[in-house]
Design a protein. Structure first.
Length: 135
């Protein structure tokens, strides 16, 4: 976790394949930023905490470049999975996006640990060039 990552655009940069560690004190929120290139991008975010013995019941929020919320999750694949998972987000808006992890309820201390797995897969825009023409 980076010091000074408590504001939406102040977090460290994430790249595809990154795994980051953090803790959440009371009323804490941790942010990261990432660049979405032009084209179609699939975003993957998985928080690991509760299911691995942490007392942290977390939520994760994705923010578009204009700071509007793209997606917020408090659960994984089922409502019983308390570690958030975002694996259904395809976006077309390029620019700097943000990711926030905070508590989904009361609590918080240095013992409220979590990790975030981050993935970003991009398909560049079609340039319209079919790759050669006969002549």
């Amino acid at each position: 976790e980076s010091a000074g990552n408590n504001g939406i655009w102040s977090g460290a940069a994430l790249e595809d394949g990154d795994v980051v560690y953090g803790t959440l004190d009371r009323n804490d929120q941790d942010f990261w930023t990432f660049e979405v290139p032009e084209g179609r991008s699939q975003i993957y975010v998985r928080v690991h905490a509760w299911n691995f013995g942490s007392p942290a019941d977390t939520q994760v929020t994705l923010y578009r470049p204009d700071e509007s919320v793209e997606r917020r999750k408090t659960t994984g694949e089922t409502s019983y999975d308390r570690d958030p998972l975002i694996n259904d987000r395809t976006v077309y808006e390029s620019g700097t996006w943000a990711l926030k992890v905070d508590l989904n309820g009361a609590g918080g201390s240095p013992l409220y640990w979590y990790t975030v797995e981050f993935g970003l897969e991009n398909t560049p825009p079609d340039t319209g060039d079919a790759g050669g023409a006969g002549g």
